[in-house]
Design a protein around this ligand. Structure first.
Ligand code: ATP
Length: 368
């Protein structure tokens, strides 16, 4: 549909967002966050189709057709972390909807309890390829591989010498790499920050697979002369990320490294409770905190909702509610700047609900 620019401000069209509250401690952060989104009075309908344990209890299937249809008919999904029952829905959001770029921003904010002496100025985004690499689920017995008589001139050990055990396939495709690397370069342009793109993977030891990822990045970099480009082997990158995190702007990497490095990046800020995430495809996107379900603190009202609130802001941004996304981020940042209502992971003794209420209050005081 072509949008006509008339100069007249048209009312925003209604959006639909599917909400999955998730497992263990996830509902404790999802429910107050969705309440806050609802209180913002935006033209968004939030739908909670039965998914996960509730759906199993009702019909024996954790991801029924109605839930899939609700996702297909929605503008985005807001997903609480899952420890099992709603995994089928997560796999659909990821591989079914081909959400290939997992964006994990890492922005230090005054008040975060960083372990670093000088965290000011940390502002980078990790872009993790979200569908390939070692996450294909292609695993099995080594004997199955031996039967294929595979040969590689790079092999350090002949397959025939491997004793019984298991294998996992790591695949880096040209198309999969190209789309996420291009996405990352575009982000570096859009962010309008340091305009730097860093690529990292293990291209020395895995010179064929990760070597391809680097080769594609080297080639695409030539199309972006306005973006400073560098690359590091992933172990070197990790050290640099800890020693000089302020150097980085946008960093793109294959799936497994992205999973690990982004948790490490959250650690630089002050922990997993602070790390938001969004997964973007050509036609769909979903948003969830980078952390898991935190089962060890479930039911204690201490889980930090910041990652979920900031993921909600990414959702608003995606739905083109730009100023409201900024307002939500500002409200979270003001609660940290005041430093009176902090959850235990940030050195405070307030509960999840206290923190969410404080953000809600900030939003009502400063709605703009
Ligand atoms: P996954 O494999 O799904 O990423 P995980 O096993 O790595 O999950 P998490 O659920 O992410 O584990 O939790 C790791 C640790 O971080 C736990 O001790 C958990 O309590 C803590 N944690 C995670 N999220 C938060 C949060 N929002 N607030 C406070 N602590 C958190």
């Amino acid at each position: 549909m072509t949008r006509i620019q008339t100069g007249v401000r048209l009312p925003m069209e209604n959006k639909t967002v599917v909400v999955v509250d998730g497992d263990d401690a996830s509902p404790e952060v999802m429910i107050p966050t969705v309440n806050i989104l609802e209180s913002m009075g935006l033209p968004i309908t939030f739908q909670r189709p039965l998914i996960g344990q509730q759906a199993i209890d009702v019909g024996g299937n954790g991801f029924p057709d109605e839930a899939r249809k609700a996702i297909d008919n929605s503008d985005a999904t807001f997903f609480g972390s899952t420890s099992g029952a709603s995994t089928a829905a997560l796999f659909y959001l990821r591989w079914g909807k081909q959400t290939y770029a997992n964006v994990r921003p890492c922005l230090w904010t005054p008040g975060y309890k960083s372990p670093l002496a000088n965290p000011a100025g940390i502002d980078f985004t990790i872009i993790r390829e979200n569908l390939e690499d070692l996450y294909l689920g292609l695993e099995g017995d080594i004997e199955e591989l031996q039967a294929l008589n595979l040969y590689s001139k790079h092999a350090r050990t002949p397959l025939s010498d491997l004793s019984p055990g298991k294998y996992a396939v790591k695949a880096i495709t040209e198309a999969g790499s190209e789309r996420v690397i291009r996405f990352a370069f575009e982000q570096a342009r859009k962010r309008n920050a340091k305009k730097r793109l860093t690529v990292t993977c293990k291209y020395n030891m895995l010179s064929t697979s990760d070597g391809l990822f680097l080769e594609i990045a080297n080639s695409i970099a030539k199309e972006y002369p306005d973006i400073e480009y560098d690359h590091y082997i992933v172990d070197d990158f990790l050290c640099r990320m800890i020693v000089n995190p302020q150097h980085f702007d946008v960093i793109v990497m294959p799936n497994l490294y992205g999973d690990i490095m982004s948790d490490g990046a959250a650690g630089l800020l002050g922990g997993l409770g602070l790390a938001p995430s969004g997964c973007y495809g050509q036609d769909y996107a979903y948003f969830e905190s980078a952390h898991g379900t935190a089962p060890d603190i479930a039911g204690k009202n201490v889980i930090n909702p910041t990652a979920t609130l900031l993921s909600a802001a990414m959702l608003l941004e995606h739905l083109s509610f730009h100023s409201q996304a900024k307002n939500l981020v500002n409200a979270v940042q003001r609660v940290y700047a005041t430093g009176k209502v902090l959850t235990p992971d940030q050195g405070g003794n307030s509960g999840t609900t206290d923190f969410s209420d404080a953000v809600s209050e900030e939003l009502s005081i400063h709605p703009e």
